[in-house]
Each structure stands twice: as C-alpha cells, then as structure tokens.
Unconditional design. Structure first.
Length: 362
C-alpha cells in the first residue's frame, strides 16, 4: 500500500488515499518518488481543460530511485536515480521517424491502462503515464531517464516538465540567438525556466510579464533584466523596453487568448512568438489578414518544449553543474501530498513559482 493523490472526477477535490500497486511486470519499473512538481497541467487535468481516463493518480513531473524492475528491463537497475518522462516516444510512428519525438503518436497510450487499485478495488489510471503524486509508482521502462550526476534528486524532478519545457521553448522552438531580446509571459515554473534559458542563450534584454507584482523578484532572480506588470498596455510597455520595435522573441506560458495576443503584439516586425501555455477550447485568438502580411511575424505552438528528453536532460545537467541553471530558484514551496490542493489554489490565483511535493526517504 502506498499513499497517492487521486482525482475521482473532473472538478472533484483530490483525495489522498492508500492504493495497491502491482509488482513491475515485463518492461516495467517500480520507483520510489523523491519529489514531484505541481504543474499547471495537473490543475488543467483536475478542472477538465485536459481530459484523461478517470479515476487517476495525477502528477507527471517527478524523480526518484528504482526499487525493482520487471523482466526484460535493461535501461535501469534497482538503486538507480531517475527522472520520470511523462511523454515517452515510441520510436516507430511518423513523428518519431522524422525526429519530432515530442509529437509521438503513442506518447500517452499508457494513460488508459490500469495503473493500480484503490482500497475498495476500484481501478485507477496513471495520469499522464507516470502517476507521480504518490510515494511509489510503476511505469514503463521508457518513462524513466537517468538523473543527471551532481543534481539533487528532489530538484531533478523539475527536469521532467517545467525545465524541459521552458528550456526547449527558448532553444528548440523559438531558437533564441545571442544578443536577441526576449519577453516571457507568465513567471510560473515554466516561465521562470524560460527566463533562465533565455539568459543561457545569450539574450541581451529579457523581459518578464506577469499579472502579480510579487513575481518581480522571482523573475529577476531567474534572469529577467526588466519586469512588466500585465495590463492593457503590456505590448506598448514591452516595445518601449526593446528599442521601440518590440522583442525578437515572445514566449507565452499562460494559455489565454489575451496573453497570446499580447505576446504577438509585443514582438517586432518579423518577430517570433512561441505559445507554451495550455488553454481551454473556449479561448479564441483572432488575427486579421492584413496584419499577418504586414508584420511578417511567426506564431508557433510548442509541445513539451519540442524537446527530446533523452538528449536534453544530460544537456540540462551540464548547465546545472556549470552554474548556468539554478533549479532552486524555481521552487517556491516544499509540501507533502496533503498540500497539493493549496498549491492548485495558489496557481489559480497566479501566485508562486513551482511547489515541490517532497517525499520522506528511508
């Protein structure tokens, strides 16, 4: 029996329950969690913005130690420290064959499987494959990656989503170049990672935009050279800070029509906007045909930072060891499983960076 945070139905409060995990079967790995980050995507799952089979154990950003492996597992062994990969690539579909592993057609196929059983015998699914809001989990072998050497295991959890997404948005999707100007909308976990990544890329001016003035200190610690409080004049404020032209690159980490539009308007003619934030289908963004021609801007979506976790996690580890990337500045609270609902409320209110569920280690 292990304790886990279970979502029974859309909109229902998370319940901390005892669940029965199976022994790892062929190709499966059992992991004792060290930590799990509370991501906005978990909130989106709980409120129905994103849909998954229910009831489910939520949590998709985690790290831990391998306890046991099933038959045929060769990637890891008991005692290995690992980062969970919630979107593993199959290596066989069209997207994988052309190198776009972040768009793998089978990435979430495991989410419909039976992951565990409640104390009442009810079947539970693994939210986004890895069910990290639990003391222990059982995942497919391709859902674990070696934790980078020299990185505290609890902080390594952030590599599984927030940092991969923020780093990838800057380096893979927007392809920020040295001396460019970057504006990041939203200074939550992903946004703070994007700010650090813009600094690593050599961006000259890095502007953070957020609706909360309390985020300014966090944003500046992450590398922002300027801070703009979100308002109806946000785009004008950003242009004023970027030579009157607008930023070369905007990274939108909120997922709302208004912020996507403001990010677009904040870039220069020919600028690039990458949308990382996940919004509901009710959020509609409009552009007229003339402005698309006149401004010559690029607007692109970004899934999981357009990253290949197997290739990018070691790179991130090197940045951390060199002192270029500081995971500690992303963590604004350390909590237990019981603290997840309060962390959801903080995110809904637009406060904080990344809350980290930390599990006692034996």
């Amino acid at each position: 029996m292990v304790r886990a945070a279970v979502l029974s139905a859309v909109g229902a409060p998370l319940e901390i329950r005892d669940i029965h995990l199976p022994a790892p079967g062929p190709g499966r790995v059992r992991v004792r969690l060290a930590a799990a980050g509370v991501c906005h995507s978990d909130l989106s799952l709980s409120n129905g913005t994103l849909r998954i089979p229910l009831p489910a154990v939520l949590g998709h950003e985690g790290s831990g130690t391998v306890l046991a492996v099933g038959e045929g597992v060769t990637r890891v062994a008991p005692g290995d420290e690992v980062v969970l990969n919630w979107a593993p690539s199959c290596g066989r579909c069209h997207s994988c064959s052309i190198g776009e592993v972040w768009l793998c057609e089978q990435a979430l196929s495991g989410a419909a499987a039976v992951h565990a059983h409640g104390a009442d015998g009810r079947e539970l699914h693994p939210g986004l494959n890895v069910a990290a809001f639990a003391e222990e989990t059982v995942v497919a072998e391709n859902c674990v990656l070696p934790a980078p050497e020299g990185v505290p295991l609890d902080q390594a959890a952030l590599l599984g989503c927030a940092v991969l997404t923020g780093y990838g948005a800057v380096h893979h999707s927007a392809r920020v170049r040295a001396e460019e100007s970057v504006v990041v909308f939203g200074a939550g976990g992903v946004g703070l990672a994007a700010l650090q990544s813009a600094r690593i890329a050599g961006a000259q001016t890095v502007v953070a935009v957020d609706a909360s003035p309390a985020k300014e200190e966090l944003a500046r610690k992450a590398g922002a050279t300027e801070f703009v409080l979100a308002s109806e004049t946000t785009a004008k404020d950003v242009r004023r800070l970027t030579g009157g032209r607008g930023a070369d690159v905007a990274v939108e980490c909120v997922g709302r029509a208004a912020t996507i539009r403001a990010a677009w308007e904040s870039t220069r003619r020919g600028g690039r906007t990458t949308v990382v934030g996940i919004g509901p289908v009710t959020e509609q963004v409009s552009f007229n045909a003339l402005e698309i021609f006149h401004w010559g801007r690029t607007l692109s979506g970004c899934v999981y930072g357009n990253s290949d976790p197997a290739a990018d996690v070691p790179v991130l580890g090197a940045h951390i060891r060199a002192g270029r990337l500081d995971l500690g500045t992303l963590v604004t609270g350390r909590i237990g499983l019981d603290g997840i609902p309060a962390a959801f409320a903080e995110m809904t209110a637009g406060r904080g960076g990344r809350a980290l569920v930390v599990f006692p280690q034996e």
